[in-house]
Design a protein around this ligand. Structure first.
Ligand code: GLN
Length: 214
């Protein structure tokens, strides 16, 4: 059952590969319920989705083959909020720069570059100023991270490092090049879950209006 209208929305975490349990803990901390999404059927009852980091090619091939990717695309295109971190950001992009063809959810007007900080730089940490979540800057862990090379008019850049956007959003999607689930700073998860709640309440009001007018 969907938790639409609930202050404890049900957030699915794409559990094909990658950092799932850390997102579960972060989402629980900000008052959401969670479930793991492995099949297209698991999509039906969720109010929002997290696509975690991992390896975007693996996530795309596995989820593409099972029909899960198409089911995610359908819900996200219909307005379901989604948070994509690292490989999850790549999965939501319309275009991967210099990339061949890898299966994506797509739909967000961003061009991303995989392993953009250099393949030799496996991981690093940086303080990233994200005004949308307030001060202080977020301590961000980047692991073979992408960055955003270009954005379309529907996209708002929320943070950059060295001139490269690393956090962005549009009407339904929030993406981060780093791993917010690996620190105990919950502000990005809170921003996402607040958006899910706002949408769920809007849908509930629409439903009440329809029922009320019958
Ligand atoms: N380099 C990975 C990719 O291209 C992303 C790494 C990550 O999610 N930590 O998919």
């Amino acid at each position: 059952m969907s938790a639409t209208g609930s202050s404890r929305p049900q957030i699915g975490i794409l559990a094909v590969q990658g950092a799932v349990s850390e997102h579960e803990a972060a989402l629980a901390d900000v008052g959401a319920r969670t479930c793991r999404v492995r099949t297209a059927d698991d999509i039906a009852g969720i109010d929002g989705l997290v696509i975690p980091g991992g390896e975007s090619t693996t996530i795309g091939v596995v989820a593409g083959g099972s029909g899960l990717l198409a089911a995610v695309r359908e819900r996200v295109d219909a307005g379901m909020p989604v948070l994509g971190t690292c490989a999850g950001m790549i999965m939501l992009a319309d275009t991967v720069a210099g990339g061949g063809t890898q299966p994506l959810v797509g739909g967000m007007e961003i061009v991303v570059r995989r392993n953009a900080f250099g393949r030799q730089i496996h991981s690093f940490e940086a303080d990233v100023d994200v005004p949308a979540v307030g001060a202080p800057p977020m301590r961000a862990i980047f692991i073979r991270a992408p960055w955003i090379e270009d954005v379309g008019p529907s996209v708002e850049v929320l943070a950059s490092i060295a001139g490269h956007p690393v956090v962005a959003r549009d009407a339904t999607r929030i993406v981060a090049a780093f791993h917010p689930e690996l620190t105990d700073d919950r502000r990005l998860h809170r921003l996402f879950v607040d958006g899910v709640r706002a949408r769920a309440e809007g849908l509930q009001q629409e439903e009440d209006t329809v029922v009320g007018s019958q």
